[in-house]
Design a protein around this ligand. Structure first.
Ligand code: NAP
Ligand code: COA
Length: 260
């Protein structure tokens, strides 16, 4: 684990994690904190924000939290401004807020489809666009949390596939536009990760899990730490020539297309 190897890797750095109050994104926030960063997290539920900030404080680090919806540009912008006032400009932005539910397109209203596109894709734009005004641009790292659905068309996931494909392309476009400032923009496609809300929704039973694991080349779910390690690497000096990359951390799911 990177944070066990170098607990000073992000000392003095400021990391903003949108959607960082649970699951994979909280794991990422914890790992940056364990490497010495000061961390800001944002999500809708003030209870989840308070709990996440307590978790981060209990680890002995500096953290602040904001209850806001990534669909509300002004609220996100205010959170970045408050983070800058408290900690200084951000060095790393992780954009991971997302919504998902399994549903056939024929059973989705326009608003159902829109809600996921709004949270995932427009939300990511809002986070990156407002964060860019509060970023230490030269040397900054942006990590978007996408999903294998962005490259693997999947039934019951048309809304997520469309939204996450948009995030991948936004990642590449902003890598081109912001590279000259010294800002790198990459994305992670996590595979099925154990102990997360996402997999609870998509694979609620042990039978679902067994079928998914059998179809994965590595034959197991991933861990939050394995995704966090990639986010740390992408934001570290070791990755300073990597930008515009969309990288699976998925046990081989994208490579196999879900076929064992
Ligand atoms: P999770 O625990 O539900 O994380 C989602 C986070 O986003 C929560 O903190 C949630 O908090 C926040 N959020 C949701 N809607 C929001 C909104 N409109 N505005 C601000 N914050 C919002 O789920 P997870 O399974 O760990 O997923 C985390 C990320 O990994 C997502 O981007 C997901 O697509 C991606 N991913 C997950 C898996 C997996 O195996 N779980 C696989 C591939 C990709 P609030 O409810 O307080 O807003
Ligand atoms: N099937 C079909 N439509 C559904 C649905 C389902 N299983 N679940 C929700 N919807 C529809 C709602 O009916 C509504 O459409 P309508 O207004 O036409 O009735 C629309 O989606 C929005 O639902 P709402 O609950 O008002 O949205 P929200 O903004 O409060 O919540 C969600 C967003 C729906 C994505 C919600 O699941 C959420 O907050 N998810 C965050 C956590 C999460 O998904 N974690 C996993 C990340 S991978």
């Amino acid at each position: 684990m990177i944070h066990e190897v170098n607990d000073k890797l992000f000392a003095g750095k400021v990391v903003f994690v949108a959607g960082g109050t649970s699951g994979i994104n909280l794991g990422i926030a914890q790992s940056f904190l364990a490497c010495g960063a000061r961390v800001a997290v944002l999500s809708r539920s003030s209870d989840k924000v308070d709990a996440a900030v307590k978790t981060l404080h209990d680890m002995g680090g500096e953290a602040i939290g904001f209850a806001a919806d990534v669909r509300e540009f002004d609220a996100v912008r205010d959170a970045f401004a408050a983070t800058e006032a408290a900690f200084g400009k951000a060095d790393v932005i992780v954009s991971g807020a997302a919504g998902n539910f399994p549903a056939l397109a024929e059973n989705m209203s326009s608003n159902a489809f829109r809600s996921v596109v709004d949270i995932d894709l427009i939300g990511t734009f809002n986070v990156l666009r407002s964060g860019f005004d509060h970023l230490n641009r030269n040397g900054a790292s942006i990590v978007n949390i996408s999903a294998p659905q962005s490259v693997m068309p999947s039934p019951m996931q048309s809304h997520v596939c469309a939204a996450k494909a948009g995030i991948d392309q936004l990642t590449r476009c902003l890598a081109i536009e912001w590279g000259p400032y010294g800002t790198r923009v990459n994305a992670i496609l996590p595979g099925p990760i154990e102990g997360t809300e996402g997999m609870l929704r998509l694979a609620p039973t042990e039978q679902h899990r067994a079928a998914i694991e059998q179809a994965l080349p590595l034959r197991r779910y991933g861990t939050k730490q394995e995704v966090a390690d990639l986010a740390l690497f992408l934001s570290s000096p070791s990755a300073k020539y990597i930008t515009g990359a969309v990288i699976p951390c998925d046990g081989g799911l994208c490579a196999s297309g879900g076929r064992s």
